[in-house]
Ligand binder design. Structure first.
Ligand code: AMP
Length: 197
């Protein structure tokens, strides 16, 4: 039973790392960004509401995001653990997640913080823009997302750091090596906690 979060700025390779780390621990990676993007491409009511925020690099309003996560965390496949990618992104969302997990008698075991210098993040985003053609991969939108990360999401890291749950990983360099470092750091951390159910 491993419940992990991954937090990182735009362009940090958070989604890729989430997939690989989750596979290692045998848990599903749950990405709020991916769920929003698939709703946008399927043109669901949620997708239609969320699209403008994604395109502009803004946070989707909490009432939509929280409801989505709450539903997703009730699915059977996350019963035995999960790696949540992209949530919580603000301090109020931390409280929401606390409440969702508490109502199920669960808690977060560790929080992976991916760190990388802003200049490198911008380079990577431009590379991804060529490969994936995401609408939010333009310089203006990227800078807005990075600014939001510094203004809002750093606080999320601080909250979890205060609980002694943050495992910081250097997100610069080779993605495979970053995955290995992240897995090793999380395992070391979890072993040091003595493990809990
Ligand atoms: P990501 O794939 O994690 O970079 O997320 C892509 C976009 O989805 C973000 O820029 C937001 O527009 C939206 N999004 C994802 N997670 C959240 C969240 N926890 N709160 C608000 N918006 C979110």
């Amino acid at each position: 039973m491993t419940r992990l979060l991954i937090i990182g700025p735009p362009g940090s390779g958070k989604g890729t790392q989430a997939e690989h780390v989750a596979r290692h621990f045998g848990i599903p990676a749950v990405s709020t960004g991916d769920i929003f993007r698939s709703n946008v491409s399927d043109e669901t009511p949620l997708g239609k509401e969320a699209a403008k925020y994604l395109d502009d690099g803004l946070f989707v309003p909490d009432h939509l995001t929280n409801a989505l996560v709450k539903d997703r965390l009730l699915d059977a496949d996350v019963e035995a653990g999960f790696l949540l990618d992209g949530f919580p992104r603000t301090a109020p969302q931390v409280t929401e997640l606390d409440n969702m997990l508490r109502s199920q008698g669960k808690r977060v075991d560790a929080v992976i913080e991916l760190r990388a210098p802003d200049a490198e993040l911008e380079q990577r985003m431009l590379q991804r823009a060529k490969e994936q053609s995401r609408k939010d991969d333009t310089v203006d939108v990227f800078r807005r997302r990075l600014d939001l990360y510094h203004r809002e999401t750093h606080e999320v890291v601080s909250v979890y750091a205060g609980r002694g749950l943050v495992v910081s990983v250097d997100g610069s360099g080779d993605p495979g090596e970053i995955t290995e470092a992240a897995i090793a750091a999380v395992e070391h951390f979890l072993n040091g906690q003595g493990g809990h159910p």
